[in-house]
Write a protein that binds this ligand. Structure first.
Ligand SMILES: Nc1nc(=O)c2c([nH]1)NC[C@@H]1CN(c3ccc(C(=O)N[C@@H](CCC(=O)O)C(=O)O)cc3)C=[N+]21
Length: 296
């Protein structure tokens, strides 16, 4: 392959998320002035998975930094399904709580699907409830899953608001990233291809992408020659790998081979920080809809 001596623009998700959090802080202040109330986010953690504990701590800090209420529920690993469902039922009717997030994965004895479907869809700030998935698919006002929402913000910031006609390829078909990402891109009138582990010509399909969103959970899956020169590449992967005896985090894209992309998100510092910022944004959205108000 001939060398293309260009270097891809780095999409700074960390900075974008910081700016977004600043906007959210201002909105929260306005809402407080207008309504006397502030948005509240309840985060439920079952057990003490170290990564989950870190994420939940970060969500808690950023929620309070934005001027919102954060209610943290840290439950023991042996919590029963009924106990967890009872907590959701209470949060569903708690007027101080506008967003409910149950940190995943849950311990194996718990039915995560049933727990998520128990959440009031209007407080489902993860956007995982079937009602929100259906609203997104049909173009009704929905709470949109945070990671795809963050990816879409980064894409529009880079490419402009009109994505119509661009060929978007989504790698991965999960309910929390791949599928809602495809729906968002379709809503923007992109031509959308979803590829996954059973796809036969993944590399060839990826090479046709103007927009490539990768959420496969496999480090370095997307090689340089899968990327069309000039494409916008969004790497959703967060993989902990051992390298030279050290643990570090890498994405699903072989970043060092992607110099010919038009733009690419790094890992860390790309999509990850956007996920948390969008969680707070969704909490403000839920607050506004529940209170029939806006921060405009
Ligand atoms: N109900 C639920 N909703 C979630 O949104 C959810 C979840 N469960 N379970 C776990 C995953 C993971 N997740 C991340 C959020 C932010 C970063 C993030 O900010 N990452 C930084 C730092 C990475 C690091 O150094 O650890 C970055 O990519 O730059 C990563 C991962 C949300 N999740």
């Amino acid at each position: 392959m001939d060398r293309i001596a260009r270097s891809a623009a780095i999409i700074d998700g960390k900075q974008f998320a910081a700016d977004l959090l600043g906007d959210i802080r201002l909105k929260v202040a306005t809402l407080k002035e207008n309504t006397g109330k502030v948005p509240g986010l309840a985060v439920v953690l079952v057990g003490s998975d170290p990564a989950s504990t870190v994420y939940v701590g970060s969500k808690h800090r950023q929620t309070t930094a934005a001027g919102m209420n954060s209610f943290k529920y840290e439950l023991p690993a042996e919590t029963t399904q009924q106990e967890l469902m009872a907590l959701i039922d209470r949060l569903n009717v708690d007027p101080q709580v506008h967003g409910i997030l149950v940190q995943l994965p849950l311990p194996a004895h718990l039915d995560a699907g049933a727990v998520i479907q128990e959440i009031n869809p209007d407080k489902d700030v993860d956007g995982f409830h079937v009602s929100n998935a259906g609203r997104l698919a049909t173009g009704s006002p929905a709470l949109v899953p945070c990671t795809p929402l963050g990816c879409m913000m980064l894409l529009k910031d880079r490419l402009g608001p009109d994505l119509a006609g661009l060929h978007a390829v989504v790698v991965g078909k999960s309910n929390i990233v791949g599928k809602p990402m495809a729906q968002l891109l379709l809503a923007e009138n992109c031509t959308v291809t979803v590829v996954h582990s059973r796809t036969r010509n993944t590399a060839e399909l990826c090479r046709a992408a103007d927009i490539l969103v990768v959420a496969a959970g496999r480090p370095g899956l997307v090689r340089g020659d899968w990327i069309k020169p000039g494409a916008a590449v969004i790497d959703v992967g967060i993989n902990r790998v051992e390298q030279d005896g050290k643990s570090r985090i890498v994405g699903d894209v072989a970043f060092d081979e992607a110099g010919h992309a038009g733009a690419i998100t790094p890992v860390p510092g790309g999509v990850g920080p956007m996920t948390i910022a969008c969680l707070l944004s969704n909490t403000v959205t839920a607050f506004c809809r529940l209170n029939n108000t806006s921060a405009a």
